[in-house]
Design a protein around this ligand. Structure first.
Ligand SMILES: [Zn+2]
Length: 630
């Protein structure tokens, strides 16, 4: 019978869970797990690891980290865990992968054994698409993410298991990490024993060309910008930029009033061979950008949000964390509803801090806000899904294709969460006649006393209560309307009440140009309704736009414009001429192995987003981005 079968299955699971748990709990909980990583072949994309795990005879279950903190998804690269061998006292132990959970391995520890030895290899990716499991090394540098190189016993929380790690790097490479070191020998760098949580929270960045810049500016707490790059030239950070990064440290600490790290290390990897992203940690951040990010002014401006964003996460995300994301280990699924606070507020504060620290000038900031607002206006998926549905399905959207992004929506909780928090900030300033701001909320919610790393979980009610202590308002209604309801328009209240409005002009802003160059895109979303790669692939078409109505779709390829082979310049010129041409704009399109001409009925010329001052209102945005610590 079906029902009885289900009951039996449940009973079996419960009994086996107890069976697996008991020997682990019986073992000496204090003995650290020894982890040795050989990263000498990181440039050829293979790492070797060896673990000694204390264990008592009987069934043992070992887990590979699956849900990766900060990635908000089950992105542990289990496919690239290879060469797994387990033994005890020189005797090979057979293991079986769990039939349902592919990151779980079952084995039996033989009688008389007090520990098991695990050896494994990890294959690093060369594909730069993704996060910490994507391309992480080049010929002269690499990032070691400990979660890719270890197993841990089932049944204990990540903050209650101790690991003692050792790491061998290629000859002559330097390294930087927040992980405390106890010594160095020919066998490698020996790190102090730490919890599994701290180990995974502390990646190591290494390479032949590495420089560290002191950002402390006399403060008791060490703050460092560590940069590794594919060339020595890429490390020539100007004194002016070093000053801006020091400003960032000061502005962030002024914003929150206290910090929850003993020291803070930016681990910045500059390489065109690795994935470009940032991953937050309590006392460091794994930040990766283009090789010329600190020596090319355009690239610097385009990426100036990255370090502020990741540093804000030390407070918003690592210290204070939504209860659904504060999981006990790496197997429990994360509940991602409150990512609009975790990521949305961080997006807002990161961009504000980029401006307050001088990494952006005020024009860079307003151009960036205009781009965000404009992108959100194009997300036609807002016709069918509320913002909270993008947070609830974050684990899917992080991995979604670019094609169809408008109708699907993407991880909009970053930029749209940012606009909602801007509106919250402007609202508080208006309600309190400028006496209070979101800075006060930040100090109350994320500040307190200086401490070392710790996690304090929160719920939506906690956020609302803290906001009410700053400025009483129906904050629940405020968020229900903007986050939890379908909204056909992007939330522009913060921009408009802040003294600005979204307008369109016929040349792209500097920040938009930088974005297009960096992402190798031609964005004509506000005129034709399309985003095109520089090679002609059509990434997306906005539903209801002229391109959409003419039959152009994502996944097709642009070949020609008005009878000529297309170039970026020709396309923009043709769009400009639509104002005076009465006929349609013709695009020759390749779709698989067929060709067609699409005729776009469009006559408004080029259109690109900007913010424009609304002189009838006070300029609250200018007040928000004014430096406060200097
Ligand atoms: Zn983030």
């Amino acid at each position: 019978m079906k029902r009885d079968g289900n009951h039996n299955a449940l009973l079996t699971i419960l009994l086996s869970a107890v069976g697996y748990l008991a020997p682990f709990l019986a073992r000496c909980a204090d003995a650290p797990i020894q982890l040795s990583v050989d990263a000498r072949e990181i440039s050829r994309r293979i790492l070797h690891a060896r673990l000694e795990i204390p264990a008592a005879p009987g069934p043992l279950t070992l887990l590979y980290p699956k849900w990766i903190p900060g990635e908000h998804a089950p992105t542990g690269p289990i496919t690239d865990l290879v060469g797994l061998k387990i033994s005890a006292g020189g005797q090979t132990i057979a293991w079986r992968r769990d039939p349902v959970e592919t990151c779980i391995f079952h084995l039996d520890v033989p009688a008389g054994a007090s520990n098991v030895e695990v050896t494994l290899d990890y294959l690093l990716a060369s594909d730069p698409t993704g996060f910490s499991a994507a391309a992480s090394s080049s010929a002269s540098l690499g990032v070691v993410s400990w979660n890719t190189l270890l197993l841990y016993p089932q049944g204990a929380a990540a903050n209650s298991i101790t690991y003692s790690a050792r790491l061998q790097l290629p000859e002559g490479w330097k390294y930087a990490t927040a992980l405390p070191r106890s010594g160095e020998s020919p066998e490698g760098i020996q790190f102090q024993p730490v919890s599994l949580e701290t180990l995974i929270d502390s990646p190591v960045m290494a390479g032949a060309h590495l420089r560290a810049f002191d950002l402390s500016r006399g403060s008791q707490t060490p703050h460092r910008l560590n940069v590794v790059a594919d060339s020595a030239a890429a490390l020539e950070v100007s004194a002016e930029d070093q000053g801006r990064f020091s400003n960032l440290v000061q502005e962030a600490n002024a914003l929150f009033g206290a910090h929850h790290y003993r020291s803070y290390d930016f681990l910045l990897t500059l390489s065109d061979q690795v994935a470009h992203f940032g991953l937050e940690h309590h006392q460091s951040s794994d930040d990766r950008g283009p090789e010329r990010m600190l020596i090319d002014e355009d690239i610097r401006k385009g990426w100036a949000f990255l370090l502020p964003h990741e540093m804000v996460h030390s407070w918003n995300g690592k210290y204070r964390r939504p209860a659904g994301l504060a999981t006990p280990d790496y197997q429990a699924p994360m509940k991602t509803e409150l990512l609009w606070v975790y990521e949305g507020l961080t997006d807002y504060l990161g961009e504000v801090l980029a401006a307050r620290s001088g990494l952006w000038n005020p024009t860079n900031y307003t151009e960036r806000v205009a781009m965000n607002a404009d992108m959100l206006e194009h997300q036609r998926g807002r016709d069918w899904r509320p913002l909270v549905d993008t947070t609830d399905s974050a684990q899917l959207l992080y991995a979604a294709r670019d094609e169809g992004a408008s109708w699907r929506r993407g991880t909009d909780f970053y930029a749209e969460g940012g606009l909602v928090w801007l509106e919250a900030d402007v609202t508080i300033r208006q309600q309190t006649q400028g006496k209070r701001s979101l800075d006060d909320f930040c100090r109350r919610f994320f500040g307190g006393e200086n401490t070392g790393p710790q996690v304090v979980a929160y719920t939506l009610a906690d956020v609302i209560n803290a906001l009410n202590e700053i400025a009483p308002l129906d904050w629940n209604g405020f968020f229900q309307k903007r986050i939890y309801s379908v909204n056909k328009r992007a939330p522009m209240g913060g921009v408009e009440q802040g003294g600005w409005r979204l307008v369109y002009r016929d040349t792209p802003s500097d920040m938009l140009k930088v974005f297009e160059t960096d992402h190798k895109l031609v964005i004509v979303a506000d005129s034709l309704g399309a985003v095109v790669k520089q090679e002609g692939e059509i990434v997306d078409v906005i539903p209801g736009s002229p391109a959409d109505r003419a039959g152009v779709g994502p996944g097709m390829k642009l070949l020609g414009v008005n009878g000529r082979r297309w170039t970026q310049e020709l396309l923009r010129a043709a769009i400009k001429e639509t104002k005076t041409n009465s006929g349609p704009l013709e695009l020759l399109i390749e779709n698989g192995d067929t060709f067609k001409t699409c005729r776009l009925d469009y006559h408004d010329g080029e259109r690109y987003p900007y913010l424009e001052r609304d002189e009838t209102k006070p300029d609250i945005l200018a007040t928000i981005i004014k430096a406060s610590a200097r």
